[in-house]
Design a protein around this ligand. Structure first.
Ligand code: NFS
Ligand code: SF4
Length: 635
């Protein structure tokens, strides 16, 4: 039974336990929700005004228009564009949060934070076209923050967001400008999408989708600035050996799971926990404090601190079922509301921290950057207190734990390559691609979804691509899937990489002093860190003097579910990257919109969506695209 739900081995021990205790999980609720609404699945249900809800009859017998006259194309286009706007709002709100923190740090406020990576900050300033010569680091920080915040404030429609102009290829910028999809202001573009899709507005599906694409590119801006400024504040990730899956929880430690996306609090929790070990020991936890990560907050601290990753999205409830989590600390996004209820079945302290993200039943510790250290201490104290109440008889930590090498920022990757060619670090990579030892690059991104067998598509596609000499990158819950399944290890490279790929990964890994090959899948970070992959791709494209849509580069989100994933997938397409979805998106009720997203975008942007739910066939299609692009390049 469990194999139909997930390939995560920890499920085997924990689902029967949930059943025994009468606790429902995401899979039970998925089951109870069947059959899911066909109108919703096709995207042809409209609820944007109170004359509705309206739904279009997909068989052509009932209504073909909503009460206002909107047809299936309009309804589907509006629904999916609004998802793009929501995704952009989520990522850029996270980005704004970081940018505002940097601004305060620059002004000497927020004592819990500092610019940890000055070299990175200077690099960012140069990227944004700022002159750092002779300036103090905090002055540079202030200018970087100001330039970044312009992307949320500018009213100049003719001038694209600074972070977009600074990070894409010239050719791509020209193409996007010609199509009028370059955002000038992240917030304005999100607001425009909401405005133009309200009742009685934009009713031309192509126009609505192009508006959505602009929002998706605003999403990219929000992500790249979140990633880059986080590196300046918290450090740029470097390879680190850590572990993943629920076996990372410890019986003899106060276990604190950090869940969500924004690293502002979790970073400080890591710092403060390092000083509070004695207090945990005094409470009887022989091993002190054990921080573990979930979802993208987990990825953030995994990359920067080597914190082990306990779970990706679909497994977050399982962490509680172990009975060993003393505090589950949530910030924003992808936090299942069910966590509060399940925590209440155990001793676990469920803590929310952001005022705009509360869950009823949870304890709220209002996080403020100005008092971050005190807030972190409060959270840890609550965890220690909960530990004292833990019932050892209810603890069942599955013995599943995989080594994972994480931390492949663009800088780390280039750093490793530079050991082979200090003058021209990208050359070995480009030569390997040109020579065919690396056939192409695939980025695995996105979520877990109950619409698929958890983690399974990721693993199946990755193994097949690796066998065919594709270099693999991963972020978000996709990275979690790869880590839990042992694909972020050198052993995986030895077992699954095609011979030529293995030789390249070995040469780079050994030159970089890792004492063996690079892992089969390179962990680039959280979902906002998809921008790191864009950085690598843009550097390659610039060096070759081509645009992104010429590169043998593909993306795959085999379990996409979140609105954020819709936004990411769409900017990936707009950047010229063929993008695979392993679940059927909620657009197929409109032939026109389906055509736009899977065909017409190809002519406009070079990128397009490919939908294939069978992972084996998906891998074949991705390989086919890579070959097509290689042929076009004459390699
Ligand atoms: Ni991305 Fe990360 Fe995971 Fe999906 Fe959710 S945690 S931001 S949205 S589910 S990958
Ligand atoms: Fe129905 Fe039109 Fe209102 Fe949508 S906007 S709910 S289609 S009347």
């Amino acid at each position: 039974m469990s194999l139909h739900q997930s390939i995560d081995p920890s499920i085997e021990e924990l689902l029967p336990l949930a059943k025994k205790e009468g606790i429902a999980t995401v899979w039970d609720r998925h089951q109870a929700m069947q059959p899911q609404c066909g109108f919703g699945q096709l995207g042809i249900c409209c609820r944007i005004c109170w004359k509705g809800p309206c739904r279009i009859d997909p068989f052509g017998e009932g209504p073909q228009r909503g009460i206002c006259g909107a047809d299936a194309d309009t309804i589907v286009a509006r629904n999916v564009s609004r998802m793009m706007a929501a995704g952009a709002a989520a990522h850029s709100e996270h980005g704004r949060h970081i940018a505002l923190a940097l601004q305060q740090v620059a002004e000497g406020n927020y004592p819990s934070y500092r610019v940890k990576d000055e070299a990175k900050l200077k690099g960012i300033a140069r990227t944004l076209g700022l002159d750092c010569e002779g300036k103090e680091i905090l002055d540079i920080a202030a200018e970087v923050a100001r330039r970044t915040l312009e992307d949320f404030q500018s009213q100049d429609h003719g001038k694209p967001c600074n972070w977009i102009s600074a990070t894409l290829t010239e050719k791509r910028l020209e193409k996007l400008a010609a199509l009028h999809v370059l955002p000038h202001n992240i917030d304005a573009v999100v607001a425009q999408i909401m405005a133009r899709t309200t009742v009685g507005c934009d009713a031309d599906a192509t126009n609505v989708i192009l508006g959505g694409v602009k929002g998706a590119l605003a999403d990219y801006a929000g992500m790249v600035l979140a990633t880059e400024l986080s590196d300046a504040l918290f450090g740029t990730p470097q390879p680190v050996v850590t572990s993943s899956n629920l076996g990372v929880l410890e019986e003899d430690a106060v276990n604190i799971a950090v869940n969500g996306h924004n690293p502002l609090l979790s970073e400080v929790i890591c710092d403060v926990a390092a000083q509070m070990g004695a207090e945990a020991k005094a409470a009887g936890a022989k091993e002190g404090i054990n921080i573990v990560g979930i979802c993208c907050t987990g990825n953030e601290v995994m990359l920067r601190h080597g914190v082990p990753l306990a779970a990706n999205y679909l497994s977050q409830e399982l962490a509680l079922l172990t009975g060993a989590v003393d505090a589950m600390v949530a910030d924003v996004q992808c936090i299942m509301p069910s966590l509060a209820e399940i925590s209440a079945c155990f001793h676990t302290q469920m803590i929310t921290t952001m005022d705009e993200n509360k869950i009823s039943g949870a304890t709220h510790v209002p996080f403020r950057e100005a008092t971050a250290t005190e807030n972190a201490r409060q959270v840890i104290e609550l965890a220690i207190e909960a530990f004292r109440r833990r019932n050892p008889k209810r603890v069942s930590i599955p013995r599943v734990k995989q080594t994972a090498v994480a931390g492949f920022s663009a800088e780390a990757l280039v750093g490793a390559l530079s050991k082979l060619d200090p003058e021209d670090p990208l050359k070995p990579l480009i030569d390997s691609i040109a020579g065919g030892a690396i056939q192409g690059i695939a980025l695995f991104a996105g979520c877990n979804s109950t619409q698929a067998v958890q983690d399974s598509n990721f693993v199946t596609i990755a193994k097949k691509l690796a066998r065919n000499n594709v270099l693999l990158l991963a972020t978000g819950c996709g990275a979690g899937a790869m880590a839990k399944n042992g694909l972020m290890t050198r052993e995986a490279t030895e077992s699954y990489a095609g011979e030529p790929l293995r030789a390249v990964l070995t040469a780079v890994g050994e030159a970089a002093g890792l004492g063996g090959p690079l892992p089969l899948v390179l962990h680039m970070g959280s979902c906002v860190d998809n921008s790191r992959a864009v950085g690598v791709a843009v550097a390659i494209a610039n060096k070759l003097g081509v645009d992104l849509d010429s590169l043998p580069l593909v993306a795959s989100a085999p379990e996409a579910m979140s609105e954020k994933a819709v936004a990411i997938g769409t900017w990936s397409v707009a950047l010229g990257i063929p993008t695979h979805l392993g679940i059927v998106p909620q657009v197929t009720g409109s032939r026109a919109v389906t055509d736009i997203l899977t065909e017409k975008t190809r002519g406009l942007f070079g990128g397009y969506f490919m939908v294939e739910t069978n992972p084996d066939l998906a891998a074949d299609r991705l390989l086919g695209v890579i070959q097509e692009r290689r042929r076009a390049l004459g390699i």
